[in-house]
Ligand binder design. Structure first.
Ligand SMILES: Nc1nc2c(c(=O)[nH]1)N[C@H]1C(S)=C(S)[C@@H](COP(=O)(O)O)O[C@H]1N2
Ligand SMILES: [Mo]
Length: 330
């Protein structure tokens, strides 16, 4: 079990101590990752360098070919004890490093072309294949779920996602019995300015064990607030795993591979001392640079205590029995 950290009862999370995932990278690691000397590092201003934004797409996108599927019926099993975060906050305060390392990327993300879009199924599957996103979405059982989201940076939101269980996608992909993990990958092309920051280990990658991926909570998102999901929130297909820190919820997926090797995710590759594979929410295990005890709720700005497994222990705690020696909470 993780060590219990005793906290002052009156302790509050100082906002200034919570920094975005990337702005405080260890200097030596960053140098290695960049493969450059200190001279250049000094002039590039580390990972905080402002990213140039492209103009948002000028022409409006064609109507979404799946728009008729929304709103989908809400599944009453997944509701919340807290108010939903206003749509405006969910769609204008984002983490999507492909479009820049600050929260204000929603306009830049409009440059992403989400049709045509295909998803490849690879690795340990009966047969590798590539499927058109609209064919895929129409083959899946869409429903709406209200989920909490807890970013490792200590902000949170409550969101009405539309999508389908990851389990349904896994049944569709037909992995073989040897598969132990599912690995997912985000698009990489020259429409997004973040790829010019070559010290990041692009493309964005995430992974789950097969047991996690087939847990009923693991959800593939195609919609948000009763509409097709916005580009800045990961259109046309993103993962949500509400019991884990938000960085596990990989956006704009193009490739899903089944493997017997544990995938190394984007953040783990960048800074494994801070971001591991499991990344389950636990208020008692601090991030090396800040506490995880409390969270700031987007929209209201309220500070509320963070819950073990983000409040989803009854669904997922069993997944981690026997794994107590692992770094389950970072
Ligand atoms: N491809 C990709 N997926 C990503 C990210 C990213 O930078 N790139 N950021 C992650 C992080 S840190 C969080 S908190 C959530 C944010 O999702 P939201 O912007 O819809 O709130 O997306 C996750 N998925
Ligand atoms: Mo995050």
């Amino acid at each position: 079990m993780p060590m219990l950290i005793k906290r002052n009862p009156g302790w509050r999370l100082p906002e200034s101590q919570t920094t975005p995932e990337a702005v405080y990278l260890d200097r030596r690691r960053l140098l290695q990752a960049m493969g450059f000397g200190a001279g250049l590092l000094a002039t590039t201003g580390l990972a905080t360098t402002a990213v140039m934004r492209p103009h948002p797409a000028l022409a409006a996108d064609a109507p979404d070919p799946t728009a008729d599927l929304y709103p989908a019926k809400q599944n009453p099993r997944y509701t919340l004890d807290r108010a939903l975060t206003p749509e405006k906050d969910v769609t204008t305060y984002n983490n999507f490093y492909e479009f820049g390392s600050d929260k204000d990327i929603w306009e830049a993300a409009q440059a992403l072309q989400i049709r045509p879009w295909t998803v490849k199924f690879e690795g340990m599957v009966e047969q590798e294949r590539e499927v058109d996103i609209d064919t895929l979405i129409r083959a899946m059982p869409l429903e709406e779920r209200l989920y909490r989201h807890r970013c490792v940076e200590a902000w949170s939101m409550a969101v009405p996602w539309t999508g389908f269980p990851l389990k349904a996608l896994i049944d569709y992909a037909k992995p073989t019995g040897s598969a132990k993990y599912v690995r997912m990958e985000t698009f990489q092309n020259d429409t997004a300015p973040g790829f010019a920051q070559t010290f990041y280990p692009w493309p964005y990658v995430e992974g789950l064990t097969m047991a996690e991926a087939t847990n009923e909570l693991a959800f593939m998102v195609t919609g948000l607030y009763g509409k097709p999901v916005a580009k800045q929130d990961g259109a046309p297909l993103r993962l949500v795993t509400p019991w884990k820190y938000g960085f596990k919820s990989i956006k704009s997926i193009i490739r899903i591979s089944f493997t017997d090797e544990r995938p190394v995710s984007f953040w783990e590759q960048l800074q494994s001392s801070e971001y591991g594979f499991w990344a389950n929410v636990n208020p008692q295990v601090p991030h090396p640079r800040w506490s995880q005890a409390m969270e700031r709720v987007l929209g209201t700005g309220d500070r509320v205590p963070t819950l073990l497994y983000n409040g989803y222990g009854e669904y997922v705690a069993d997944l981690y029995k026997g794994l107590e020696s692992e770094r389950l909470y970072t």
